[in-house]
Ligand binder design. Structure first.
Ligand code: BV8
Length: 246
């Protein structure tokens, strides 16, 4: 592992532009279950991919609202972990670091990262279903979604559901950054959800080095130049200190 840490620091030391693509794995050590972790309690019988869709919300707005309310309540006592903080430290050494996250928990910004692109929105923001009117101060613990004060349609979390298009602006910035970076760190993602999962291949095809940080192999492992196997909260601080002491 030490050799791989040194090799990763070496690649980063030679990079001008770095992108860090993160998934649910980087938030696991903050206590947020990943999408592929089994759901527990009330939600054990539901598959996230079936709840995170417009059709699920149309069919049963209360159920979907309560699922997101539970996730928002869980966020109240959650802090960024050493993995998030390592990326803040990395940004100090590599000012041109961009974080492209699939996560909706807001932990990168909460840790202090300045250049964060949220591809799938943010669970702490709420908008209305019909016209995307943003709503603030929506209380936790409601059983049913409130109605928009502007147009009357139901409120929903400001996240990108399956079968919904990603925000055009963020996606084109992510595509451009993937195609122009020298190194892409791919951290804590199973690489299954499109179009985010296509970013590492875009980077590779454009000549970037890929460094994957994940306890398990993923489809991205096949094209990665380095696979550092382990939790990002342990591995990222090692990479950052190896880079700082070069
Ligand atoms: C779209 C917000 C089109 C909601 C999420 C091809 C092209 C385009 C679309 C598709 C396509 N094929 C299929 C599709 C449809 C679909 C899709 O990809 N389906 C998959 C399931 C096959 N894609 C879409 O629907 C996207 N929309 O393309 O629209 C379109 C165009 C025009 C007009 C209309 C439509 C929308 C996708 C976004 C969905 N929303 N989130 C919410 O959060 O509730 S995705 C959601 O799942 C998360 O945000 C996250 O992105 C994803 C989960 O993935 P990961 O982050 O990778 O997490 P996962 O649990 O899978 O893995 C965790 C990893 O961490 C594991 O590898 C594990 O080993 C590792 N790990 C564990 N512990 C640690 C760790 N790593 C490091 N440290 C640790 N300690």
């Amino acid at each position: 592992m030490d050799e791989n840490i040194r090799a990763a620091a070496d690649m980063l030391s030679r990079a001008r532009k770095v992108v860090a693509l993160t998934g649910a794995g980087i938030s696991k050590e903050s206590g947020i279950p990943t999408f592929r972790d089994a759901q527990t309690g009330l939600w054990a019988n539901y598959n996230p991919e079936e709840l995170a869709t417009p059709s699920a919300f149309r069919r049963n707005p209360g159920l979907v609202w309560r699922w997101y309310d539970m996730r928002r309540q869980a966020l109240v006592n959650v802090e960024p972990n050493p993995g998030h903080h390592a990326l803040v430290a990395l940004e100090k050494q590599l000012p041109d670091l961009m974080i492209v996250t699939q996560n909706v928990d807001g932990l990168h910004a909460q840790a202090g990262s300045r250049n964060v692109l949220e591809l799938h929105g943010n669970i702490t923001r709420t908008k209305c279903f019909d016209r995307d009117h943003l709503a603030d101060h929506v209380s936790l613990g409601l059983d049913q979604p409130p109605s928009c004060t502007v147009c009357g349609s139901l409120l929903r979390p400001d996240v990108v559901w399956f079968e919904e298009a990603l925000p055009e602006k963020e996606l084109s910035i992510a595509f451009e950054a993937s195609q122009s970076c020298d190194v892409m760190l791919v951290i804590g993602t199973s690489g299954l959800v499109q179009p985010a999962a296509s970013l590492p291949l875009r980077a590779k095809r454009a000549g970037a080095k890929l460094i994957e940080v994940n306890p398990t192999e993923t489809p991205i492992s096949q094209i990665a130049d380095l696979h550092l196997s382990g939790p990002s909260g342990a591995i990222l601080p090692l990479i950052v200190s190896a880079l700082a002491t070069r």
